[in-house]
Design a protein around this ligand. Structure first.
Ligand code: URA
Length: 268
């Protein structure tokens, strides 16, 4: 049987992929993920791996279930920002890690009174390893500068520390798995003000389902058991959205002025 002839040259096919948002090769060979999967073999600690002992000795039975530390308990156990970074580097069972180049933890001053939280690293952040270094980051830097801030007096991180493939929106499962780490990040950095950039970060951190247009422009009290006092939290538009919708910069400017007034109140 003849192979199906593609009407596209390889170059045209690559361009088509890029236009469709496929900008990463995650494997050498195609995988049909709709095909029925064979039941996965359990991952066992070496002591319970397939017995190599002589056949006359009865094999040791594996435990009914393998104890697995959960995200919230790992995050709750870390006491410093360095330990949090290490815990994320060592985190198991997060598929995003396998497609991302590296962990993108934070940038700026961890002692700053104001902490910004974006959605997730993009291609530039994934390559460089720092949040907000691409086009959206350049706009964020301008937004900070307009109210007298920069990366020496602001701390910056993301809801997800790994880039979702093709910059897709984080799934609810990814948010659920990684939110405890962001919550611990906020507790350890202990800012006085939290700024949530875009709907995904705002909805996850504030645990609200309204869109960013409803959530932005007002102060919330953000409290967790690990914080000594509630943090004033403000949501605003994500800089990447403002690049696509410059007319919304007017509203974002109102939010920045609210932030400036709050910074004045706390003497920053
Ligand atoms: N968008 C984000 O939300 N975070 C980044 O770090 C870069 C772009």
């Amino acid at each position: 049987m003849n192979a199906i002839q593609s009407p596209l040259t390889p170059y045209e096919a690559l361009c088509w992929y890029l236009e469709a948002g496929v900008d990463e090769a995650v494997g050498e060979t195609p995988v049909n993920r709709f095909a029925p999967q064979p039941e996965a073999a359990p991952i066992l600690p070496p002591a319970f791996a397939k017995p190599t002992v002589a056949a006359d000795k009865p094999p040791v039975s594996p435990p009914a279930s393998r104890p697995h530390a959960s995200g919230p308990s790992i995050a709750a156990g870390v006491k410093t920002l360095d330990a949090l970074r290490e815990a994320l580097e060592a985190l198991e069972g997060c598929a995003l890690k396998t497609t991302a180049t590296q962990l993108v933890f934070a940038d700026g001053n961890p002692d700053a009174k104001v902490m910004f939280v974006g959605e997730a690293p993009g291609a530039d952040e994934d390559r460089i390893g720092r949040p907000f270094v691409g086009q959206a980051g350049k706009l964020l830097d301008k937004m900070l500068a307009s109210i007298g801030l920069d990366r020496s007096n602001a701390y910056i991180t993301n809801l997800l520390p790994w880039r979702p493939p093709g910059n897709r929106t984080p799934t609810p499962q990814e948010v659920a798995q990684l939110l405890p780490f962001l919550e611990r990040h906020i507790e350890l950095a202990d800012p006085q003000i939290l700024v949530l950039l875009g709907g995904t970060a705002a909805q996850a951190v504030l645990a609200h389902s309204e869109g960013i247009t409803k959530l932005r422009g007002k102060w919330f009290d953000y409290a967790t058991p690990g914080l000594v006092r509630p943090v004033s939290a403000l949501a605003t538009f994500h800089p990447a959205y403002l690049l696509r919708q410059p007319a919304q910069k007017r509203e974002a400017w109102r939010d920045l002025l609210m932030l400036r007034r709050k910074l004045d109140e706390i003497g920053t």
